[in-house]
Each structure stands twice: as C-alpha cells, then as structure tokens.
Design a binder for this molecule. Structure first.
Ligand code: SAH
Ligand code: SF4
Length: 353
C-alpha cells in the first residue's frame, strides 16, 4: 500500500474530494501525520470512523522504520532507517545546546563517487521519495522526543541536487507541515550547477553548503568526479547567483586530506578563489573510510596553519567537530555496514517505533 507521508496538503485535499469528504479533513489529516506524528488511524479522534476505515484500507501512514542506532559520546546518534523495499539509509540526530539538528539522506547511495566518501564508494541504488525524506525527520523526533528538532541538513547519504524534485518537495513539507523554518534547512551539494540554479528558483531560500574541498580544478578533479562536468568556475558562478537570488550566504565546506589539499598554498588559493564573496569556510577533518583510497587526516598543527592562512585573508572559518562521525564512522558507513561490509559496533540501541 502507498504511504500518506510525503503528500502535500493540496494532494491530501484531492484525496479527500475523491473519498467524498470535505476539504478541511485534509488539514486535520496533515496535522496528524506531520505535527502529531501519528502512525495509527484509530488515534485520529477528530476524523469520522468510516473515513479512518477507508483510509486504512487504501494507505499506510508511513513506510520506513528506524532499525538500529549507534550513539557517540558527544550526544549524536546515528540511525539506520529501513525503507519499504528493504534498502536502508542513515540519518543522524545531533543535539546542541541551543538547537537540535538532524542530518538527512536524499538517496540510497550516491552516483557521484567522490574518492574519499563511503557513500560514493558503495554505488547508487535509487532516489528517496519526498515521503522517505520527511519520514527520517519524523522518526528522529519520535525517537528523541524530549526536545523539538529545529534544524535539518541534507548531509547524509546522496547528492540532494541530483534528486532535486523530491528534495524540494520534502523541504516544502518540512517548512509548511512540520513547521521547521526554511532558515533552518540546509542543503549540501558537491556542486551540481543546474541543481543550484533550480534551487534558487524554488521559492525556499534554504541554506546552501557547497562542498568545495579543493582550490583548483586539478586537485578537485581527482577528488570529485562531477568536477569534470561542472568545474570550479561554473560552480562558483552558480553559488554567487544563488546568493543573489536568495539573499543567503553560501557556506563552503572544505574536507582536509593530508598531502592532497591541506597546504598553506592551497589555503591562499582558496581565499583567492572565494575573493569578495561572503560566507564562512567550514573545515572538516577527514574521517577515515575503510577500504578507500589511502587518505589521511592532517595533524592538528596542519589544520591550524590552514585555518590561519584563511583568517589572515579575512575569511571567517568554522571547524566541524567530528560529531556523529564517532558513532559509526564517516558519511554512509552505517548503512554500508548494514549491507554487510563490516560488523557494526553499537554502543546504544534504540528500538524501532
Ligand atoms: N552529496 C552532498 C551531501 C552529502 S555528503 C555533498 O557532497 O555535499 C555531506 C558532507 O560529508 C560533504 O561535505 C562530504 O564531502 C562530507 N564527507 C564525505 N565523506 C567524508 C569523510 N570520509 N570524512 C569527512 N567528511 C566526509
Ligand atoms: Fe556523493 Fe556527497 Fe559522497 Fe560525493 S561526498 S559521493 S556527492 S554523498
């Protein structure tokens, strides 16, 4: 049976019309699905019993379940979310002092194949539906009910802008139905130029994080296969256009790989590439991936020196703590383990809903 989650209120309104019901029932149903996170029709007390019965005969409410979780000492919990067809993605719950964020997957695997990324190494299976993306958020709120989730970042498995229709539909649902402010939604991209341009036109003004990881095409080509199709100059032009269209600063993600992109010269070249475009650089220490090309995490002295060069050029710099990545390693690793690459180490387990 098809799930209801993932349908917009106008789609639910059509469904109500088809069932001979007044349209306001769609708003009631949307509130049960997205705000009260109800997974049982019987509890939908303001809907008539015959409507609940007809819905139950035709639709399930959700389709995914959270199967396993690995908690890390810093408070992050990485979950494995099992989809209706048996495939799985990962999703991370990240509580901070003043906000709670979740890291969502947009695809099962990823077709881009970056050389440092566990997800990319696992190949690509399929796009997630809008419902499967929103379900990750709802599951995280179910499993961590004490604090309201305020932020969502598309930094889990997959390249969101290669699944832009479903990602944009999910972002609209998160904003309009789950009621997360669009200011608190961030899409991370490897630099899919047509996707960045389409996102600028999507009437969402979500945050954009651009995974640069290199200051020039020679280095970037070696790390990110899609750079041959959309080289840095085009990616940067699209990022500038995104900023103009949405009024939002772009964040530049920079993964530091010892000996490949972490020299002081690379830092100066990066500062020059960004030029006068505002936006912070977020430095990410490489998280080792089993079986990957032999990359290494730079020493903290090397990271400090890189950071100092950027700051000397006036560029604001943040540094990603290795939150969540302690739980079961890098991006895509938990789902990779579930597929049988390596036995998982679970420090905590959270049962399915
Ligand atoms: N496809 C998108 C979003 C998912 S990846 C993108 O590439 O931006 C989310 C982030 O995790 C990206 O910045 C990516 O470069 C980073 N990442 C991937 N593998 C990593 C690893 N082994 N260590 C640290 N960060 C990694
Ligand atoms: Fe895909 Fe992003 Fe991983 Fe590259 S870093 S393979 S784009 S998920």
């Amino acid at each position: 049976m098809e799930p209801l989650v993932g349908r917009s209120s106008s789609c639910l309104a059509q469904l109500m019309r088809d069932l001979g019901q007044p349209e306001y029932r769609a708003r009631q149903l949307a509130a049960w699905i997205y705000r009260k996170r109800m997974t049982d029709y019987d509890a939908m007390s303001d809907l008539p019993a015959d409507l609940r019965r007809s819905l139950a005969e035709r639709y399930v409410i959700r389709s995914a379940v959270s199967e396993r979780a690995a908690a890390s000492k810093d408070g992050a919990t990485k979950h494995l979310v099992r989809l209706a067809d048996g495939l799985a993605v990962e999703c991370v719950h990240l509580p901070y002092e003043r906000r709670v964020s979740v890291c969502l997957s947009s695809q099962v695997g990823c077709p881009v194949g970056c050389t440092f990324c566990a997800t990319g190494m696992g190949g690509f299976a399929r796009n997630l539906t809008a419902g499967e993306i929103v379900e990750q958020f709802l599951l995280m709120q179910d499993l961590h009910p004490n604090r309201r989730i305020t932020h969502a970042v598309f930094m889990g498995m997959g390249e969101p802008l290669l699944n832009i229709d479903n990602v944009v539909a999910a972002a609209h649902l998160l904003r309009d139905e789950v009621q997360v402010s669009a200011r608190n939604l961030t899409i991370s991209t490897v630099g899919i130029v047509p996707g960045i341009r389409a996102l600028a036109d999507a009437d969402l003004a979500v945050g954009l994080a651009l995974s640069l990881h290199a200051p020039n095409d020679a280095i970037r080509d070696r790390l990110i296969p899609s750079n041959r199709r959309w080289p840095l100059a085009e990616v940067m032009a699209a990022a500038r256009a995104y900023r103009r269209a949405t009024g939002r600063d772009v964040t530049f993600e920079y993964l530091l790989l010892a000996g490949h992109n972490d020299s002081a010269e690379c830092a100066r070249e990066l500062a020059a590439l960004l030029g006068d475009m505002p936006g912070a650089v977020n430095l990410i220490p490489y998280n080792p991936v089993e079986g990957a090309v032999a990359y290494e995490t730079p020493s903290s002295a090397r990271v400090r020196a890189f950071r100092a060069e950027l700051e000397a050029a006036g560029r604001p710099v943040t540094q990603r703590a290795r939150r969540g990545r302690g739980a079961s390693g890098a991006c895509g690793q938990l789902a990779g383990e579930a597929a049988g690459r390596r036995a998982p180490k679970l420090r905590a387990s959270v049962s399915s809903r």
